[in-house]
Design a protein around this ligand. Structure first.
Ligand SMILES: Nc1ncnc2c1ncn2[C@@H]1O[C@H](COP(=O)(O)OP(=O)(O)OP(=O)(O)O)[C@@H](O)[C@H]1O
Length: 102
């Protein structure tokens, strides 16, 4: 197979990356800070552990567990808003249940 003669990535860019970068909007950092300020002690601990791992390229894997309605999704959304506002791409996935339809 012939090799590409130019770097298409540079001129066209990756559509999926562009879509995800578009999820960060002006003011998202303020929204993230407001959510961080509302986290309780345990939520803040989880938030700090995950973001520290991301920002330091530690590559850790986390399992956030807790009874229904205790704020797990709130933590996910806070982490997502915070990292997106800092220029990171965050992709949320789900393997089962209603959440996996979205
Ligand atoms: N620190 C917080 N400050 C204000 N509201 C919060 C906080 N944490 C959670 N909530 C609110 O509490 C409700 C339940 O939180 P959330 O949906 O995150 O729980 P969950 O653990 O993901 O629940 P489930 O396991 O049922 O999906 C939501 O309305 C959420 O916005």
């Amino acid at each position: 197979m012939p090799l590409p003669t130019r770097d298409w990535q540079k001129s066209v860019q990756n559509r999926l990356i562009l879509e995800h970068e578009a999820l960060a909007y002006e003011g998202l950092d303020v929204v993230a800070d407001q959510k961080i300020a509302r986290l309780n002690v345990e939520q803040l601990h989880a938030y700090k552990e995950v973001t520290y791992s991301v920002l330091n390229n530690s590559g850790k894997i986390f399992f956030l567990n807790g009874p229904a309605g205790t704020g797990k999704t709130f933590v996910y959304n806070t982490i997502t808003d915070s990292l997106r506002s800092q220029g990171h791409i965050v992709i949320m996935v789900s393997s089962s249940g209603v959440a996996s339809y979205y």
